[in-house]
Design a protein around this ligand. Structure first.
Ligand SMILES: [Fe+2]
Length: 269
């Protein structure tokens, strides 16, 4: 049980700075009401209202005082042949679900520690690690589903604000694509490649993240994430991670990425 007046969101946003990995407390937007039936727009679509993608996603990640597994925004076979239904189902239902469960358990334990007033360092270290790891996993996996969509056509390229920001930061989309792909391929063991909004310079940055939370600068706002844990591709691509990454570019939901950029820019003004 949580201390009276202390919600899970409070525990994360007040007690655990590492949980600010996405630039918002994990539950900070979740209390906002999401219109029922509202879907994350497919590739090529324009979001109904600027900044809505993050609000919709957050509303699905947290509810009734618990972190929760957001539904896939498309059928499990919608990303075939690039990602198989089997891979997507196992990834979402088993791996992401485990992170949600681990996060809720760790947050509950932390709230008990706060109430007790007895702070055993070994226990705290473990809880902080669990929350960072599982909170990062919940956030990044939710972004992963959100920033994918059925193929928009033979050419799946960004446009508008995100295209301009990529050109400005990396020289061209092709240069960005080559660099981001290399960062993802080269990640040792389990990790992610992230394109993030950098609020201080109003620019973009790419990070290679270990596990779900290592080596990202606090304050970065992920807007495009690529999971290169083996569970994301091994059943379909075996050890050919580069083939999975090449396929992944075909199903990036650029309108959603653009909307995430818009959301964080609006928050930064
Ligand atoms: Fe994953």
């Amino acid at each position: 049980m949580l201390e009276k007046g202390l919600t899970r969101r409070d525990v994360l946003t007040k007690a655990v700075p590492a949980a600010a990995i996405a630039g918002v407390g994990l539950g900070a937007l979740a209390q906002q009401t999401r219109p029922q039936g509202q879907q994350i727009p497919p590739a090529g679509a324009t979001p109904a209202a600027p900044g809505q993608v993050m609000k919709t996603m957050a509303g699905q990640m947290y509810g009734d005082g618990q972190y929760q597994l957001p539904p896939l925004p498309y059928p499990a076979n919608a990303l075939e042949p690039f990602i198989s239904a089997q891979v997507l189902q196992v990834h979402h239902d088993a791996h992401h679900m485990a992170a949600v469960k681990g996060l809720n358990e760790a947050v509950t334990k932390l709230s008990d520690v706060i109430k007790s007033g007895s702070y055993e360092q070994v226990q705290l270290d473990g809880l902080m690690r669990d929350i960072s790891y599982n909170g990062g996993s919940h956030m990044l996996h939710s972004l992963y589903w959100t920033t994918l969509a059925p193929p928009a056509g033979p050419q799946n390229l960004p446009s508008g604000a995100i295209a301009e920001a990529i050109d400005s930061q990396f020289g061209s989309f092709d240069q960005f694509k080559a660099f981001f792909s290399h960062v993802a391929v080269a990640a040792k063991g389990s990790g992610w490649a992230l394109l993030t909004y950098e609020p201080i310079s109003d620019g973009l940055a790419v990070f290679q993240v270990g596990d779900h939370d290592m080596r990202i600068v606090a304050g970065m706002r992920p807007i495009l994430v690529l999971d290169v844990w083996e569970h994301a591709y091994y059943l379909q691509y075996q050890n050919k991670r580069a083939d999975y990454i090449n396929a992944w570019w075909n199903i990036v939901n650029w309108p959603a990425v653009t909307d995430l950029l818009t959301f964080f820019r609006q928050r930064n003004q």
